[in-house]
Design a protein around this ligand. Structure first.
Ligand SMILES: Cc1cc2nc3c(=O)[nH]c(=O)nc-3n(C[C@H](O)[C@H](O)[C@H](O)COP(=O)(O)OP(=O)(O)OC[C@H]3O[C@@H](n4cnc5c(N)ncnc54)[C@H](O)[C@@H]3O)c2cc1C
Length: 373
């Protein structure tokens, strides 16, 4: 619905969080400018969104209350709505339903039992499986799982095509694209963003969705935000023979996702495996090797597979506070960063928060002590 009084908004960072926000804000009638050097094919640093496996783990969560739970459920509902909406606009986006979480220990088993009982109370479908059920699944599952939790409403999608669709719709909705690096913010009225070329851009609303790039911009105006990079490496494998996938969706084994990708190549033998969790910007060969062999738990068919592609990206982990960081530290300055391991899942709830925050009115006080423009 168009905003009653549209604002102009600068969205800095065009990962999945930034492009989703730009698209939704433009659809609300705001005049949006999206800034990122990667829009011109020049990534400043390995972005999380380009590396993500796209697991949407909303329904399986250790809690069923609080902010994190609410953001997950809101995103779950919005992803259903967004994918249907994008489909109606001609973007055929594939979504693979179902997540099977394997239990490697008795501790895992009791956590899964607690989650299943809690979700039953909430009317959310979830199924506990025993070792005999799992032994029938083909191809053989990794390790020797003691049991599993199957969540039919959780899913996986490919972030790349989804972001392409959002970009197409954002352009149609009038988003202006600026393929430049943001250098610094100036606390002006309205907010001023200085680009690497020296060109200033101004708007009453400034959205910082730069992942790891958010902290340096905030520091420049004396607002420290502690974000730690956590690198993730991932692999695409070609299996030696057609596995005739009968898995009920992606499989999660001790935090590693195994995503069947029969659609990627004729013969249906591709699989995505990821991702490592490595604090810092540098990936280690040891961590990649551990991933490749699932720490010794890979079944024979997986051991025999060939690596056809590897990639990595940075997750942005807020220090000393929960992910993500969604806040307005000063009127008109909105931080939407630090989504850590769930930025793909949480992009819709983040966009919804920004749309609600910006609404149809200018920032409440702007800057502190001065009247609104
Ligand atoms: C290997 C891996 C697997 C993952 N798997 C999943 C998953 O299965 N499910 C899930 O939900 N999440 C997953 N994640 C996490 C997810 O990818 C991130 O949480 C999400 O991508 C964060 O998106 P973002 O838009 O905030 O940041 P990013 O994608 O990092 O985008 C930030 C953007 O800001 C731009 N930028 C940086 N500096 C500047 C500057 N100075 N000026 C202008 N632009 C700038 C960059 O070019 C970049 O495009 C995974 C992450 C990794 C690394």
């Amino acid at each position: 619905m168009p905003a009653s009084q549209s604002s102009s908004v600068l969205v800095v960072g065009a990962g999945i969080v930034g492009v989703a926000a730009a698209w939704q804000l433009a659809e609300q009638g705001h005049a949006v400018t999206l800034v990122d050097p990667a829009l011109g094919g020049d990534p400043t640093e390995p972005s999380g969104s380009q590396a993500a496996l796209g697991i949407l783990m909303a329904r399986v969560f250790h809690r069923s209350s609080g902010r994190a739970w609410r953001l997950r459920q809101q995103s779950h509902a919005l992803w259903n709505h967004w994918l249907a909406d994008l489909g109606q606009r001609g973007h055929q986006l594939r979504r693979r339903q179902g997540l099977l979480l394997l239990a490697a220990s008795n501790d895992d088993l009791s956590k899964q039992q607690r989650i299943a009982a809690d979700r039953e109370r909430l009317g959310i479908p979830m199924q506990l499986l025993g070792p005999a059920d799992l032994a029938r699944v083909h191809p053989a599952l990794p390790g020797r799982p003691l049991g599993a939790l199957f969540s039919p409403e959780d899913s996986q999608l490919d972030p790349g095509p989804v972001m392409d669709a959002m970009h197409a719709e954002a352009r149609k909705a009038g988003v202006e694209y600026v393929a430049e690096r943001a250098l610094r913010i100036e606390r002006q009225r309205p907010w001023r963003l200085i680009l690497a070329s020296g060109r200033p851009l101004e708007a009453p609303w400034l959205v910082l969705a730069l992942g790891m790039g958010t902290a340096p911009l905030l520091e420049g105006i004396g607002l420290p935000l502690h974000l730690e990079p956590v690198l993730g490496q991932a692999l695409e494998l070609e299996l030696a023979a057609d596995p005739n996938w009968q898995w009920p969706g992606a499989v999660v084994w001790q935090g590693v996702n195994l995503v069947p990708r029969p659609d990627l190549h004729p013969g249906g033998r591709r699989l995505w495996l990821g991702a490592t969790l490595e604090p810092g910007m540098q990936g280690s060969p040891e961590a990649l090797d551990h991933l490749r062999h699932l720490g010794g738990d890979a079944p024979e068919w997986l051991e025999q597979a060939t690596v056809v592609r590897s990639w990595s990206g940075l997750r942005c982990h807020p220090q000393g506070r929960p992910a993500p960081v969604l806040e307005e530290p000063e009127p008109g300055l909105l931080v939407a960063s630090g989504h850590y391991r769930n930025g793909v899942l949480l992009a819709p709830a983040t966009a919804a928060w920004l749309c609600e925050r910006i609404g149809g009115a200018p920032p409440a006080r702007y800057p502190p002590g001065e009247p609104a423009p």
